[in-house]
Structures are given as structure tokens and as C-alpha cells.
Ligand binder design. Structure first.
Ligand code: SAH
Length: 346
């Protein structure tokens, strides 16, 4: 069944027109959807119009089936989609606002060894409306509306590879930043990718102001191949060249994610090699001690070592921070909660 949240404003307007309703109904319907109202909660539209829509379209593509609160205030959500599939999301509170981490696919086919999202492969892509619903649903859960939003930032870092679901993800970014809707600034949106080179080039021409984040996790192809199968397809050099083209077009600083894995990529030699690789680029490195994934035998570096690694980058004039590992106690790493749920452990 088609979902109304998959329609952007213009498409929704065409739909409303096809029902021979007056134009102002578009705004009424659009604002109700942006507030994540289901058909029964909508009171500002004629009952028979809503009933007609309900015959052909669903209103809310997902529901929260579980909410966990971590010690650091991080919230973790399990959502059920209308076809029964399960996805997850995280909400992190910072001084400057609330950041939601959204999923873009059910599962993932990239196969990174440290990532729980990929344990059972890709089930399916999420639609643009299903990605948007994660933001709108949590905003409502926090007591927000689309005008008085409780979510300020979005990271596309939940399960899935965003650029492997390109059209839906780009449509989502345009919808969530639409000034008639929840209107989250594109500058507050980060898209994280393992580095699909052709798609990065395509993305640079979309005229978006989002931050491109590359999951690098290694300073050279040999080490990257140990944990990321995608490294067999794309060389680090080609990814870096694509980020340079992206920067030249968008002028947006590139962020590199580097999960520190004990005895794999956390030596000082690795830090030095990383410095050489990134020299001259307008970029920032996010260091994250790996969240241990029980199913895999990879372990995170100690925080002490992570800071030593960071200092090595800083002394070479590479901007770097060690990220707070948030939500670790509630399976905050991608796919961990869903994996547990699917294994009937919660
Ligand atoms: N597929 C995209 C986005 C999803 S993952 C990508 O590869 O970027 C979001 C980030 O979390 C990625 O940088 C990913 O490599 C990282 N990640 C996955 N599992 C992790 C773990 N166990 N510990 C720390 N980071 C992890």
C-alpha cells in the first residue's frame, strides 16, 4: 500500500487536486502528516476525504514498539514497519540540540565485519517516507510538532548504506528540509557512507548542503579489506579523490569516521599513514573506539589509546576528536538492538 509520507509537497498537492478538493486542503493534510497523525487523529479535514484516502493509502509507515533509555540519556527505538520488518534508531541529546540517527535500509549488504546491521544481509530498501517517518515519529514522541521541533540534527548512520538506496535517501533529505514541513537545515544533516564512488559524484551535483561522512576505518587498502568487503571494489585513493570533487563543488568539509579496532588499525604507524592520506584536505576525523559486537571477534581500542591516536593526528594538523561512545549500554551501535530482537533475546 502506498504511503502518504512518500509524497513531497508538490506530489501531495497533485494528489489532493485529483480528489477535486480545494487547494488549501493540501496544507491541512501536509501539516497533519508532518505531525505524524494517523487517519483517526486528523480532525481538520472532511471525514469522507480522509476515509477515501485511507482506502488507498496508509498514513503512518511505522510505530515504535520498544524504547530504551541509556545511562547517558541516549534513547534507542525499535520500530515496526507496516510489512512487519523491524528497524532501529537512536536519539542523542547534546547541549545544542537533539540528534536522531536514522536507518535507510532493513539490514545492509555491505558486509562490514564490525557491523551488526549486516549480519543477515539486506532485506529491503526503506522508502523516503519510511525514513522521514523515523524523524516525525520521534519528534512527536518527544512532544514536538513540525513547527516546534524537538529534533535539530539528523545523521544517516543507522542500519543500511544510504548511497545504496540513493533515490529514496535524496528524496528524504529534500523532504525533511522542506520549508513547509519540519524544515531541518541541510547543514544539520550528515550522510555517512562506506564510499560508493559513483554515488558520491552523483550526490555532489544534487546541490545539497549536507555533510558527507566517509566510513574510512583504515589508512590503506590492505587493512581496509580486512574488515570492509567494499574495499575490494573501491580503492581508498579513488574515494579520497571523490571527496575532493565533492568539496570543490559544495565547499562542505568532509568528515572521516575511523572506528579504532584493537590491533587492526590503531597503531601509530596507522595514524601517520592516515595523516599522509588526508594532508591538505578540508576534513575532520571522528575517532570512535569500536563498540564490541559479540557476534564478531573484533574489539575496541582503549580510550587512552584513542586519545594518543588523536594527538598524533592533531600534531600533524589534522583536525580530530574522539567521539563519546553514546548508548553503549543499550546496544547503540548500528544494528545491535535489531539483531538482539531478531534473536529473541529481548
Ligand atoms: N553504511 C553507512 C552508514 C551506517 S553505519 C556507512 O558505512 O557509513 C554508521 C557508522 O557506524 C559507520 O561509520 C560504521 O562503520 C560505524 N559502525 C558500525 N558498527 C560499528 C561498531 N560496532 N562500532 C563503532 N562504529 C561502528
Amino acid at each position: 500500500m502506498l504511503n502518504l509520507l512518500d509524497y513531497n509537497y508538490e506530489e501531495l498537492n497533485n494528489l489532493v487536486m485529483s480528489y477535486k478538493e480545494p487547494k488549501y486542503r493540501t496544507n491541512q493534510l501536509y501539516s497533519a502528516l508532518q505531525n505524524y497523525k494517523n487517519a483517526e487523529e486528523i480532525s481538520n479535514l472532511p471525514k469522507n476525504f480522509v476515509a477515501n484516502l485511507k482506502e488507498k493509502y496508509s498514513f503512518c509507515p511505522l510505530t515504535i514498539i520498544k524504547k530504551q533509555t541509556g545511562k547517558d540519556g541516549t534513547l534507542k527505538f525499535l520500530y515496526k514497519l507496516n510489512d512487519g520488518n523491524i528497524i532501529e534508531g537512536v536519539l542523542m541529546s547534546y547541549k545544542y540540540g537533539n540528534t536522531i540517527c536514522v536507518s535507510t535500509q532493513v539490514g545492509c549488504r555491505m558486509g562490514c565485519k564490525f557491523c551488526a546491521s549486516t549480519l543477515n544481509g539486506l532485506v529491503r530498501n526503506l522508502t523516503s517516507g519510511e525514513i522521514l517517518a523515523q524523524v516525525l515519529c520521534v519528534n512527536k514522541e518527544l512532544g514536538g510538532t513540525y513547527q516546534d521541533r524537538k529534533i535539530t540534527n539528523i545523521v544517516l548512520m543507522g542500519s543500511g548504506e544510504p548511497l545504496d538506496n540513493y533515490d529514496n535517501v535524496v528524496k528524504f533529505i529534500k523532504m525533511v528540509s522542506c520549508d513547509k514541513g519540519i524544515n531541518i537545515s541541510q547543514r544539520n544533516i550528515s550522510l555517512s557512507t562506506c564510499g560508493l564512488v559513483e554515488k558520491i559524484d552523483q550526490l555532489k551535483d544534487e546541490n545539497l548542503q549536507i555533510t558527507l561522512t566517509i566510513s574510512l576505518h583504515a589508512p590503506n587498502d590492505d587493512i581496509r579489506k580486512q574488515t570492509m568487503p567494499i574495499a575490494n571494489k573501491y580503492k581508498i585513493k579513488d574515494i579520497i579523490d571523490a571527496t575532493k570533487r565533492y568539496f570543490n563543488k559544495t565547499k562542505r568539509r568532509i568528515v572521516f569516521e575511523y572506528a579504532l579496532i584493537e590491533n587492526v588499525n590503531d597503531s601509530f604507524e596507522c595514524a601517520d599513514e592516515l595523516c599522509t592520506l588526508l594532508k591538505g584536505l578540508s576534513c575532520h576525523v571522528n575517532l570512535i573506539p569500536l563498540n564490541d559486537v559479540k557476534e564478531r571477534s573484533l574489539r575496541g581500542t582503549t580510550r587512552k589509546r584513542a586519545y594518543a591516536f588523536m594527538d598524533r593526528l592533531l600534531s600533524n594538523n589534522i583536525s580530530a576528536t574522539v567521539r563519546r561512545t553514546m548508548g553503549e549500554d543499550i546496544d547503540g551501535a548500528c544494528g545491535q538492538l535489531r539483531a538482539k530482537y531478531l534473536n529473541n533475546n529481548i
